[in-house]
Design a protein around this ligand. Structure first.
Ligand code: IPM
Ligand code: MN
Length: 351
């Protein structure tokens, strides 16, 4: 019996999570695994009512879960940063989810804005470091609001943190058995302390993986290649900030935020799965948002639990739905179906 923590969160979060759970339920019945859910009402509404973002006790409780399923955080009435840092980043950091795994897959039947690119050309995965870099919130402002103001934000890279991320990426490249190529994406030509460390660790750890090709791209060039030659990529490893940015671009070339999923992974602990999109407040409660990204995050959650059969069922059903011709578009309001109809369509392909 798995125990899955569910944080529907803000905006459209609850709507997409509801469909994700519908699909996980169908997969569990078919594949024969059992689970229970524990729902947490964290997010903007609760913060506005109680001033509480994430109590320590809940965080402790989460350490006992098998996985966490998250909708979205971000509320128009809450100052940017409070929920992001207090909830999303806090869970990532405190549960030491040091990998942010973001597959970029163009499914058959999904239009990409890249002319002449086909599903076989867009099938790679980004391994984003998830607990360090520019995300720690370390820095200072002096002489605020004066002409002499200085704002410093520090980028922290530890040998241990970089090494475990790079090692995970090499292992994943081997496991994927695709092009057997790992690309390090950095800005070592400018960040001559931080990303020099990444370079040294990459080639050092790489010695243990003679079968994996060691490839490198500066982050600006990487953005160019995503658009020009996405077929080059197999597995990418990069720092927290760059991983955040390039995976939004990755989501666009795979057909949009409606289908892009990710996992915050602690290979030795509790992992959390979520769509890459945000809370999209303007669509809240309208039942028009695309739940597929969240459904695919559910597939990743099952993979992480070792429920391969269940995960395959979801993958198969998502693919069927996308070529069925029943979903007219992938963005909010353009699907020709409601959020719940898309969820049911996919759930029905499983059962
Ligand atoms: C993401 C989001 C978060 C991030 C924000 C909401 C803090 O953009 O998951 O990519 O920057 O990591
Ligand atoms: Mn992001």
């Amino acid at each position: 019996m798995y125990k899955i923590g569910v944080i529907p969160g803000d905006g459209v979060g609850p709507e997409v999570i509801r469909e994700g759970l519908k699909v996980i339920d169908a997969a569990s019945k078919k594949a024969g695994f059992k689970y229970e859910t524990v729902t947490y009402d964290f997010g903007g509404e609760r913060y506005l009512k109680t001033g509480e973002v994430l109590p320590d006790s809940a965080l402790e409780e989460m350490k006992q879960l098998d996985a966490i399923y998250l909708g979205a955080v971000g509320h128009p009435q809450v100052k940017p940063g409070i929920l992001e840092k207090g909830l999303l980043l806090r869970v990532r950091f405190e549960l030491d989810q040091y990998i942010n795994l973001r597959p970029v897959i163009l499914y058959p039947g999904v239009p990409t804005p890249l002319k002449d690119k086909k599903p076989e050309d867009i099938d790679f995965v980004v391994v984003r470091e998830n607990t360090e870099g520019l995300y720690l919130g370390i820095g200072r402002v002096t002489k605020k609001d004066s002409p002499e103001e200085v704002a410093v934000q520090e980028m922290v890279n530890t040998r241990k943190g970089v090494e475990r991320c790079i090692r995970y990426a090499f292992e994943l490249t081997k496991k994927r058995k695709k092009k057997m190529r790992l690309t390090l994406v950095d800005k070592a030509n400018v960040l001559t302390f931080a990303h020099d460390l990444w370079q040294r660790v990459f080639y050092k750890v790489g010695e243990e993986y003679p079968d994996v090709e060691k490839d490198h791209a500066y982050v600006d060039a990487c953005c160019m290649w995503f658009v020009k030659n996405p077929e080059w990529f197999d597995t990418i490893v990069t720092c927290n900030m760059f991983g955040d940015i390039i995976t939004d671009l990755g989501a666009m070339i795979q057909g949009g935020m409606g289908v892009a999923a990710g996992g915050n992974i602690n290979p030795e602990g509790v992992s959390m799965f979520e769509p890459i999109h945000g809370s999209a407040p303007k669509y809240t409660g309208k039942n028009v948002i695309n739940p597929i990204a969240t459904i695919v995050a559910g597939q990743m959650l099952l993979e992480n639990l070792g429920e391969e059969a269940g995960a395959k069922l979801i993958d198969g059903a998502v693919r069927k739905a996308l070529v069925s011709g029943k979903i007219k578009g992938l963005s909010a309001g353009k699907m020709g179906l409601s959020t719940s109809e898309v969820g049911s369509l996919i759930a029905n392909y499983i059962s």
